[in-house]
Design a protein around this ligand. Structure first.
Ligand SMILES: Cc1cc2nc3c(=O)[nH]c(=O)nc-3n(C[C@H](O)[C@H](O)[C@H](O)COP(=O)(O)OP(=O)(O)OC[C@H]3O[C@@H](n4cnc5c(N)ncnc54)[C@H](O)[C@@H]3O)c2cc1C
Length: 432
């Protein structure tokens, strides 16, 4: 009898075969709309890329299988650097969307004590992906074709891409997340070097809100005792997001179970909470073996495997790769076309921004350096200096990394708006 994983693999293969059997049919296609760039995937990476390509005056179509607003498995933590890169005016954003300023963090070990580190200003924000992603996509100014998957992909007589028999363009951007079909076409393997993460986000009713010990402006982070991941309890106004991410996904369900028990025992969530956590996977840039450049193809975001190591931050690297890809493809367009030589600048630019990659075999399973394994690491996490300077400022907030803003924020004000004090739009979800 075939195992369920082999059945999934077989189905996966036949989906791929169906999708790409049409590739390189060679026939020229009539009745399709011409554009300059087609982006498959309208998450933060695709939307940011579309926004920058549109701003440069090129035509762009975004194809996404979901209708927006759509939800995405994510805690929804973003940094001021990301806000700056996207030129988002926080006050405007917060008029219609939830925006939770974060002025500190509580840090500890799962099952142990924790300590609070406070800053006098907003050092991060909480957003809801369902709102944030729609905002970015609508703002991009791209032509949108939503609610339809990538169903067919071929090349016409001029070697341009034809997507779903509806659009044709000389360049294709794969922004479909970790399981992006364009990334698979370029040979992306699911691989072992992934972050597996699970979360649940829910509206706190009045009594739950009154009892919730997690403060809205102070998210709580708890490092797993084997130092191979961390859990969080994260308020965004009336919403609570709880979850855990683990490198390599080792015993994820077991660790998530222990973490949820700990949250209940410590009265952070109600003992009656029985939320089903949803899971997803993605890859850190340093451990990824995905090549972001193919023949007239660029990959961005999770499709390219660009998440930050240590913190697992994925939204900012996704947006940055989208912006860098836009710059590379706009330059290539102006420099004679999307030749391999011109597109290779993207691979180099990613390397400059995110550093080198290591061989997948060397991708350690721990989220922290080997020198911090075991008891030493656990003791250090309990120290205020280490929690603030290393865990929070170096790994999570990446204080030493400058935003890409000066290069890209055409739509922005050109200056940071970190200090703004946004309000939190509060809306109870409508009953289904
Ligand atoms: C539990 C969890 C918590 C996380 N928390 C955080 C966090 O707090 N902060 C942070 O920075 N990062 C976080 N991340 C990572 C972050 O969510 C991702 O890195 C980020 O969403 C990547 O953006 P993207 O645009 O590359 O892909 P996505 O956001 O996944 O968007 C991909 C889009 O492609 C579309 N698509 C996929 N396949 C097809 C297809 N065949 N045809 C058409 N469209 C398709 C999808 O519908 C989707 O809209 C978390 C991840 C997980 C799993």
């Amino acid at each position: 009898m075939r195992s369920s994983s082999s059945r999934i693999r077989t189905r996966h293969r036949s989906d791929l075969q169906r999708l790409f059997l049409t590739a390189r049919s060679g026939a020229s296609v009539v009745g399709v709309e011409e554009t300059d760039v087609i982006i498959v995937g309208g998450g933060p990476s695709g939307a940011a890329c579309a926004w920058a390509v549109r701003s440069a005056g090129l035509r762009v179509v975004v194809v996404d299988r979901a209708n927006f607003p759509r939800d995405k498995v994510c805690a929804g933590w973003i940094t001021p650097a990301l806000v700056a890169e996207l030129g988002i005016t926080l006050r405007d954003y917060a008029t219609a969307n939830t925006l939770q300023p974060i002025t500190g963090f509580r840090v500890g070990l799962v099952g142990g004590n924790s300590r609070e580190v406070n800053y006098a200003r907003a050092v991060s924000y909480g957003i809801r992906r369902t709102e944030f992603d729609r905002f970015l996509l609508e703002r991009s100014g791209a032509r949108l074709r939503l609610g339809r998957s990538l169903e067919s992909l071929s090349r016409d007589g001029d070697d341009n891409w034809v997507v779903n028999g509806a659009f044709t363009a000389p360049l294709l951007v794969g922004a479909g997340g970790h399981f992006c079909p364009i990334a698979r076409r370029l040979g992306a393997k699911r691989g072992h070097a992934v972050i597996a993460a699970q979360e649940a986000e829910y509206f706190l009713e009045d009594d739950e809100e009154a009892r919730c010990k997690v403060l809205p402006h102070v998210p709580e982070l708890f490092i797993a005792r084997d130092l191979n991941g961390f859990g969080w309890a994260f308020r965004k106004g009336r919403y609570l997001n709880i979850g855990m991410g683990r490198k390599g996904g080792l015993r994820i369900n077991e660790h998530v179970g222990e973490f949820i028990d700990f949250l209940k025992r410590s009265a952070r969530i109600s003992p009656a909470t029985a939320k089903r956590l949803r899971g997803h996977a993605y890859t850190m840039y340093r451990d990824s073996s995905r090549d972001p450049v193919g023949d007239r193809v660029l990959l961005v975001g999770d499709a390219a495997g660009v998440a930050a190591r240590r913190s697992g931050e994925g939204i900012r690297p996704a947006v940055e790769s989208g912006l860098i890809a836009a710059q590379s493809l706009v330059s290539a367009h102006g420099a004679g076309g999307f030749t391999q030589h011109n597109l290779n600048t993207y691979r180099r630019a990613l390397h400059e921004r995110f550093g080198g990659r290591r061989h997948a075999r060397l991708a350690a399973h721990s989220l922290v350096p080997r020198s911090l394994y075991g008891a030493v690491g656990r003791r250090l996490i309990g120290r205020r200096w280490f929690a603030q300077n290393v865990l929070l400022e170096r790994w999570l907030l990446q204080r030493n990394t400058q935003p890409l803003m000066p290069l890209f924020s055409r739509g922005g004000t050109g200056k940071s708006n970190f200090e703004a004090t946004p309000v939190v739009a509060q809306r109870k979800p409508r009953a289904a």
